[in-house]
Ligand binder design. Structure first.
Ligand SMILES: [Zn+2]
Length: 368
């Protein structure tokens, strides 16, 4: 598992459309083909974005400061200058309320600045579609600075540039390995997913080369020892572009043909497993199994499952879904998400957990 994981990390920042992304696609596909001739590519097109890397944001008054920042994927583009105005919150993936500020020029909004209160700057996707305006993300110290300044008397001015281009008909490619059950039973199958693309600013060791490497390990295990249910392993693409790959896949299938979905996204450091699952009765089945294990000791359930990963398009079609993650917000979508041994032990845990779930979850799961 470690070798394949390192190879994926070594590809670099695997933003859709980049050479590194192409390299990762070929690496995964070649590895799957080695396991089985049944491996296939599912190509699709979608509306996405390209970033140019020369974005910046500066405080110009009451004093000069160059902000450490990233832009949202889906941000508007261009230069702007204006006065800062507090503007409530941006809700990221229905999970994280981030403080937001508008930049106002001649009475009109020309840009937005958002940021979390518990960490440094990172990149994220604007899931509601591309914004018309440049939209920056700051870390907690700079958000606190803006909050303090806007509570004072004087005017606060910023200027900046956002380099983000909307691209229609971007090419994406899900990589799929079907594996037949050893049993002759009903035609249903279980879908396992992990995305292999990354945000534009990170090699994505934890998000999600780790998940893809776990999925590849499962592909190896079940190619040697037939699983008890039919499986379809899907290395999804363009997850960072509003879940484009999983959405394409989930819209192709009839929901009745899939028993349930397990999605692996983010195998980070730390000892707390997050389980985003639904509907409730499926969550109860998952809980019964995971609770009977002695590990991981800390387990945190989220229901209904937040929409921030590839289980969501399946869940929206009424398919019981479960997303497993060792959430690591400290390095998520930053250049600091690199190879670290501490992630590897959680990858082994993740691999074991998915096998246990596949073993013990009921063969037929009621849809909702
Ligand atoms: Zn991810």
């Amino acid at each position: 598992m470690i070798k394949f994981w390192k190879q994926l990390i070594d590809c670099g920042n695997k933003a859709v459309g980049s050479d590194a992304h192409q390299q990762a696609e070929e690496l995964i596909f070649a590895s799957l083909k080695q396991l089985s001739p049944a491996a296939e590519k599912m190509e699709f097109t979608f509306d996405g974005w390209e970033t140019s890397g020369n974005s910046f944001l500066q405080l110009s008054s009451p004093f000069y400061k160059n902000f450490d920042c990233w832009i949202f994927l889906g941000s508007g583009s261009g230069s702007f200058e204006g006065e800062i105005h507090p503007m409530g919150y941006t809700h990221v993936w229905n999970m994280y309320p981030w403080k937001r500020f508008a930049v106002i020029d001649k009475g009109k909004i020309v840009a937005y600045i958002s940021g979390r209160n518990d960490g440094d700057t990172l990149s994220q996707t604007l899931i509601e579609g591309n914004s018309l305006f440049p939209h920056f993300i700051l870390g907690k110290n700079d958000i606190a600075l803006l909050e303090g300044l806007t509570q004072g008397e004087g005017k606060i001015y910023v200027k900046g540039f956002a380099g983000c281009r909307h691209v229609s008909n971007m090419r994406g490619c899900n990589l799929i390995l079907p594996i037949k059950s050893g049993k002759e039973k009903h035609p249903g199958k279980v879908v396992l997913t992990a995305h292999y693309d990354t945000m534009y600013n990170t090699p994505g060791a934890y998000d999600n080369a780790a998940g893809a490497a776990v999925l590849m390990q499962l592909a190896k295990i079940f190619s040697e020892k037939q699983p008890s249910c039919n499986l379809e392993l899907v290395f999804t693409d363009a997850e960072e572009h509003g879940l484009a790959g999983s959405r394409y896949y989930a819209n192709q299938i009839s929901p009745e043909t899939i028993e349930y979905v397990i999605n692996i996204d983010g195998v980070g450091r730390g000892d707390e497993l997050e389980i985003w699952s639904g509907n409730e009765s499926f969550e109860q089945s998952v809980f019964k199994i995971l609770n009977s294990l002695n590990y991981p000791k800390k387990q945190c359930y989220h229901n209904p499952p937040p929409p921030g990963s590839d289980h969501d398009p399946f869940y929206r079609r009424g398919i019981p879904s479960c997303m497993l993650t060792f959430n690591d917000q400290g390095i998520l979508h930053t250049p600091f998400d690199i190879y670290e041994e501490s992630k590897l032990s959680n990858m082994h845990v993740m691999c074991q957990l998915v096998q246990t779930l596949l073993d013990q979850l009921p063969e037929q799961v009621k849809h909702f």
